[in-house]
Write a protein that binds this ligand. Structure first.
Ligand SMILES: Nc1ncnc2c1ncn2[C@@H]1O[C@H](COP(=O)(O)OP(=O)(O)OP(=O)(O)O)[C@@H](O)[C@H]1O
Length: 429
C-alpha cells in the first residue's frame, strides 16, 4: 500500500467529494493525502477557488484528516494557434505531475465519474473517433512517471451528489460549465436531458460501451504486438509475411509499425494508401511525415529526410524564463512553465545545454525510484518515437529533462525557490 496518495482537486463538486472520501479512507490505513490544485489564471474567480480549497483542507486537517494542500499557479498563456482548453489541459497535467513528484506521490486520483465517461464517449463519436477514441477515459494510465487513476468512473453522478449531501460538503461551481461555446456544455444542457428522457439507462449503457471498447482496444493492441514480433521490426517490415496476414489485421499491424517508427503522428490517409498499394508492389517509395517509406527486397523501411537545417548538435540556451522557446532545428518548441514546486531551479536553466541522445544517459523518473538507462525508460513506458524527438536538456552536466518523460526526479528544486517545468511539443503533433 502506498504511504501517500494525491487527489487532483479543482474545488468543484466531484473532486471535493473524492478528496474527502479519499482522506477518510486513508486515515484508517495511515496514508497521507495530498490535495493538488492548479490555478490556471484564466478566470477572475480562480483565486477564490484556490482559497476555498486551502481553507477547506486546513479545516479538514484540523478535524483529523491526513491532508496536505499544494497549489501551482500557471505562469504562461496559450500560444497563437493553441486552443485554451488544450493548453489548460496540457499545463494542468504537467503541473499535477510536478506537484505529485515533489510530494513523493506516484499515484494521482482524478474525479471523473460515469456521466463524464458517457459524455466523453458521445463527444468522441460525434468527432468521428475510432475504437480507441470510443474507449473514452482510461480507469488507469501511466504517464510522466505517475499512475493516474479514476476510481469513480463506474459511479453514477447521483451517488456523488448523495455523498456531498450526507457529509454537507461545500464546493465551488465553475461558471464556464454554462458556456455554450464548449461542446461538452452543449451536450450537457441541450442533449443529455432529452437523451435520458428517451433512454433512462443511457449513462450506464454508454459507459459500458466505453469499457467494452477499452477491452477490445487492449486485445487488438496485444494482437498487433504479436504480429509485429513476427514481421520483423528494425530490419524493416517483411511485406510478404504482412500480406499473408488476414486482411482485418493488416491495417492495424501497419499502423502499429508506423507509430513506433515515424518521428511524427501517423496520418490515417498514409495507412490506407499503404494498405492498398503495398500488396504486390516490388520497389516503391511513399512520402511519410519526417521522411520517406521505401520498399526494397521485400522489406519496407523508413528513411528520415535530411533536415533542412544541419542536425542539431550541442547548444546552450537561457531557459530561465517562462514561455515557448521555439527550436526550428529540433522541429518543435520547449514550453517553460513557472511553478511553485516540483520544478527545476531557475538558476540551473540559465545556461542549459541542449543536445541529442548519445546513448548511456541515466534518467530517474520519480523520487522513490532509481536512475535507469534512458533508453530503457522510454521502452518501459512505450513512448513512441515521435514523442522522443526533442532535445535532452542538461544543467551543470546533469540531465534535467527528457522529452516524453519530463524532469529527472534528482533535479527537483525545494519549494519556494524560483523554478520551472519543461514540456516538449513537436511542430504539427
Ligand atoms: N484546476 C484543477 N486543479 C486540480 N485538478 C483539477 C483541476 N481541474 C480539473 N481537475 C481534475 O480533473 C478532473 C476532471 O476535470 P473536469 O474539468 O472535468 O472537472 P471539474 O468539473 O472542473 O471539477 P470536478 O470534477 O471537481 O467537479 C477533476 O475531477 C479533477 O480531479
Amino acid at each position: 500500500m502506498p504511504a501517500a496518495v494525491a487527489v487532483a482537486a479543482s474545488g468543484g463538486r466531484d473532486s471535493t467529494a473524492l478528496l474527502h472520501a479519499t482522506a477518510r479512507a486513508a486515515r484508517a490505513h495511515g496514508i497521507q493525502v495530498h490535495a493538488l490544485h492548479v490555478h490556471h489564471g484564466l478566470v477572475p474567480s480562480a483565486d477564490a477557488w484556490l482559497e476555498h480549497l486551502r481553507t477547506q483542507c486546513a479545516r479538514w486537517a484540523r478535524a483529523g484528516l491526513p491532508l496536505h494542500f499544494h497549489a501551482t499557479r500557471l505562469g504562461g498563456a496559450p500560444q497563437r494557434g493553441d486552443s485554451i482548453e488544450a493548453w489548460a489541459r496540457r499545463e494542468r497535467y504537467a503541473a499535477l505531475a510536478a506537484m505529485a513528484h515533489a510530494a513523493g506521490c506516484g499515484l494521482v486520483l482524478l474525479a471523473q465519474h460515469r456521466r463524464d465517461q458517457a459524455e466523453t464517449l458521445l463527444l468522441q463519436a460525434l468527432r468521428g473517433g475510432g475504437l480507441q477514441a470510443l474507449a473514452a477515459m482510461p480507469a488507469r494510465a501511466e504517464r510522466d512517471g505517475i499512475v493516474w487513476v479514476r476510481p469513480w468512473l463506474e459511479q453514477p453522478r447521483e451517488a456523488i451528489e448523495a455523498y456531498l449531501r450526507r457529509h454537507r460538503l461545500r464546493w465551488v461551481d465553475d461558471e464556464s460549465n454554462d458556456d455554450g461555446a464548449y461542446a461538452r456544455n452543449r451536450l450537457r444542457h441541450a442533449v443529455w436531458p432529452a437523451l435520458v428522457a428517451a433512454f433512462p439507462d443511457a449513462e450506464a449503457q454508454l459507459a459500458a460501451a466505453a469499457r467494452r471498447s477499452a477491452e477490445d482496444v487492449a486485445a487488438l493492441q496485444a494482437g498487433v504486438e504479436a504480429d509485429l514480433a513476427t514481421l520483423g521490426g528494425e530490419g524493416g517490415l517483411d511485406t510478404a509475411a504482412w500480406t499473408e496476414l488476414p486482411a482485418a489485421r493488416r491495417t492495424a499491424a501497419l499502423r502499429g509499425w508506423l507509430r513506433a517508427l515515424l518521428p511524427l503522428p501517423v496520418p490515417d490517409t498514409l495507412v490506407r494508401r499503404l494498405a492498398t498499394e503495398l500488396p504486390g508492389a516490388q520497389a516503391a517509395r511513399w512520402p511519410a511525415p519526417g521522411g520517406e517509406l521505401r520498399l526494397h527486397d521485400g522489406r519496407l523501411r523508413f528513411a528520415a529526410s535530411a533536415p533542412e537545417i544541419p542536425p542539431p548538435g550541442e547548444s546552450t540556451l537561457d531557459l530561465a524564463h517562462a514561455g515557448c522557446h521555439h527550436l526550428p532545428g529540433w522541429g518543435g518548441c520547449l514550453d517553460v512553465v513557472a511553478v511553485g514546486e516540483g520544478g527545476v531551479a531557475a538558476a540551473r536553466l540559465r545556461r542549459a545545454t541542449l543536445r541529442p541522445r548519445r546513448g548511456g544517459e541515466q534518467f530517474q523518473l520519480g523520487a522513490r525510484t532509481l536512475p535507469r538507462c534512458l533508453k530503457k525508460q522510454y521502452q518501459a513506458r512505450r513512448i513512441p518515437a515521435w514523442a522522443r524527438g526533442g532535445p535532452l536538456v542538461f544543467g551543470d552536466g546533469q540531465l534535467l529533462f527528457a522529452p516524453g518523460l519530463g524532469l529527472d526526479a534528482r533535479c527537483i528544486a525545494p519549494p519556494g525557490e524560483p523554478q520551472f517545468t519543461l514540456h516538449w511539443h513537436t511542430d504539427g503533433a
